[in-house]
Design a protein around this ligand. Structure first.
Ligand SMILES: [Ca+2]
Length: 336
């Protein structure tokens, strides 16, 4: 899983313009962080030493340089994506981002074409992801990745297990890639580089796409393009298939919306339950699908999510995110 990040930086910049009372309220709502549990710290060190061959002093030294960061601790607890669709998409679907995306596509067209041929993931999706995540590398995050994973792994119990695991992956990743443990920056959740890969994703899905012997997602857009495409290929992207289909307004559709992200029904089951589609929809009735609602100011829009919609939620577990990536990708495709 990749933790969205620069997208959040943009949201944070956007929110920083909101009335001051927003940040004041957020601060008072958040309880102080618990102190580190020495037993958890020891278990973490032991695991790296005993299972991954690290030198104990080296891990101790690394952890001693990690600092608790109050801003990171607060950022993880703000429910950015509780926003309704009609407040969410204007943050991302902007003329500026579209122009930057088309320029990025132009600049890297050969690489994007090669990624599409190699992984079966279209250029417009790759360009959309890198644009939504970091505005083409403009907002890769200014938090120390070590501090972020340490803060959330040892001082934020609701997600501590996940972030301690990512901290372990970060020790392994920096050793494997010969990167400096204390010097990498990223999002408040430790996501790094153009495509905002967390350390486990970096280890498992990063590719050296320019063949220079280094997997560099932090400063090399060519490696980033190949790696985003590889991530999608490994998470079930279906080449040539649609992402989602907008549904015409119909009273049946609200009742078909279910929670979660997994596609649990076939298209035929949804049709039997009252889904309305044009007769020439061209989709396989046996394909898995799911109805999603997107809240507008004056009601909801309903969309049918297909396997490729689900694949986008593997990058960031949010239907809003997947829809914004889809719509941005369509703008890019049309603007090309
Ligand atoms: Ca490379």
């Amino acid at each position: 899983m990749i933790f969205r990040c620069a997208a959040l930086v943009v949201v944070m910049l956007w929110l920083s313009m909101a009335p001051k009372i927003v940040s004041a309220q957020a601060k008072t709502d958040i309880p102080p962080a618990p102190a580190i549990d020495p037993a958890e710290r020891n278990a973490f060190i032991n695991e790296l030493v005993e299972q991954h061959g690290f030198d104990r002093a080296e891990v101790e030294q690394g952890l001693a340089q990690a600092k608790f960061n109050q801003a990171i601790y607060e950022a993880i607890q703000r429910p950015w994506e509780a926003k309704p669709w009609h407040q969410y998409y204007p943050i991302f679907l902007t003329e500026r981002r579209l122009e930057a995306g088309l320029a990025f596509w132009q600049q890297h067209q050969e690489t994007l074409q090669r990624a599409e041929q190699t992984y079966g993931v279209p250029a417009h999706i790759i360009v959309a992801i890198i644009g939504v995540e970091t505005f083409y590398g403009s907002y890769k995050g200014n938090y120390s990745v070590l501090d972020a994973l340490y803060t959330l792994g040892f001082h934020y119990p609701p997600r501590a297990k996940f972030f301690r695991s990512e901290l372990r992956e970060y020790f392994l990743m920096t050793r494997e890639e010969q990167l400096p443990l204390t010097e990498l920056n990223g999002s408040y959740a430790g996501a790094m580089g153009y495509g905002q890969f967390i350390s486990s994703s970096y280890r498992y899905y990063a590719v050296d796409f320019d063949g220079d012997g280094v997997r560099d997602l932090l400063t090399n857009p060519v490696d980033a393009i190949g790696s985003v495409a590889n991530y999608f290929a490994k998470h079930g992207w279906q080449t040539g298939q649609p992402v989602t289909l907008e549904l015409a307004p119909h009273e049946n559709h609200a009742g078909l919306v279910t929670s979660g992200l997994k596609l649990e029904q076939t298209l035929q089951q949804l049709l039997d339950a009252g889904l309305q589609l044009p007769t020439d929809h061209g989709l396989d009735p046996a394909a898995k699908a799911k109805v999603f609602a997107f809240e507008q100011a004056d009601g909801s829009d309903y969309w049918l999510g297909l396997q490729n919609f689900y694949a986008i939620t593997r990058y960031n577990h949010s239907p809003l995110y997947a829809m914004v990536v889809h719509q941005f990708s369509q703008q890019l495709k049309q603007g090309r």
